[in-house]
Design a protein around this ligand. Structure first.
Ligand code: TA6
Length: 307
């Protein structure tokens, strides 16, 4: 889909009242970006992938990590932020030539609504309609499906991804909000909430294992924790990030560690020490079946607490 142009976006959706402001600009790689400022936070979201690039609650440091070496290219994924993996997670089940994590993160999303809320937060809603994608993508996903993504930006960040099945058959989706959290030092970071849960260990041929105790980081971690709908806490000594979720059965935890990061080439120097992905997902055995005419919502709320 073609970008509607910054002027048109600003005419249709920008607003400013006092310190509350939302406007569009051309970002890196000529990709439109929406900038949001209110009394509780600021945020920046790329229209390609409806990809959150920054969220800074007032008085806090940046919560979202974007690699120094990230490349911003139309139609290509970007290292960092909050990529939306949809309508499948990881490699496609039947065709490895299809893009990993689906096509939502590399597609241009439409802005359909913006609103200053009486709470002082800002709301913006994006939409991706598969019937408007190019032929190649429609061939990969021949089901009439719409994704709506509503973000509420304030002291907390609320992300709601709703999938509408407009086709006349059931569909099965995999999905993740593949959030790269900014951490001071991943070796000083602990993830709580997955103790005793089963996970599929990607670096060990997806073997099923059980988590003992909280998760700490001193090697590559690339795991899909299944049947994990409960809250997660990332504690990196400087602060805690609390992840509350609904409609997310899986949690993916990923840090590539040094060797894999070097091969990937876009994590920047020692970038792997500064990031941690904790992804609210429906993946592996937790994919979601949506009947014809029905919808499914994944809801995630992030809060930051200083310690
Ligand atoms: O969510 C974890 C993961 O699937 C890892 O296996 C790792 O490859 C990562 O995502 C990044 O994927 P990407 O396609 O963005 O390079």
């Amino acid at each position: 889909m073609k970008s509607p142009g910054i002027e048109h976006l600003n005419n249709s959706f920008s607003f400013q009242s006092g310190n509350h402001r939302l406007y569009f600009k051309t970002g890196k790689g000529d990709i439109p970006v929406v900038e949001i400022q209110n009394e509780q936070a600021s945020a920046s979201i790329s229209l390609q992938g409806a990809h959150v690039l920054s969220w800074i609650p007032v008085g806090e440091d940046e919560v979202i990590w974007v690699s120094d070496a990230a490349t911003f290219t139309q139609g290509k994924s970007l290292r960092g932020g909050i990529p939306i993996c949809w309508p499948w997670f990881g490699a496609h089940e039947n065709n490895v030539a299809y893009p990993a994590h689906g096509f939502a993160r590399t597609s241009l999303w439409q802005v359909i609504h913006t609103q200053p809320l009486p709470t002082g937060e800002t709301q913006i809603t994006f939409k991706l309609e598969t019937s408007q994608l190019d032929q190649d993508m429609q061939a990969m996903w021949p089901h009439s499906t719409v994704a709506e993504y509503r973000l509420t930006i304030g002291k907390t960040l609320t992300l709601e991804l709703t999938t509408f099945n407009h086709s006349d058959q059931s569909i099965t989706i995999g999905q993740a909000l593949h959030t790269y959290f900014s951490v001071d030092d991943v070796t000083n970071t602990t993830v709580y909430g997955l103790e005793g849960k089963d996970y599929l260990d990607k670096p060990d041929s997806f073997k099923r294992k059980t988590q003992t105790g909280p998760i700490t980081f001193n090697t590559e971690v690339d795991r899909v924790y299944v049947q994990t709908p409960d809250d997660i806490i990332i504690d990196n000594k400087q602060r805690k990030i609390i992840i509350k979720k609904q409609g997310s059965q899986s949690t993916v935890v990923w840090n590539p560690w040094q060797q894999v990061a070097e091969k990937m080439g876009d994590l920047g120097k020692d970038g792997y020490l500064k990031m941690l992905c904790v992804e609210s997902a429906n993946a592996a055995e937790d994919t979601i079946s949506i009947k014809a005419g029905n919808s499914y919502k994944l809801l995630v709320i992030y809060t930051v607490e200083g310690v």
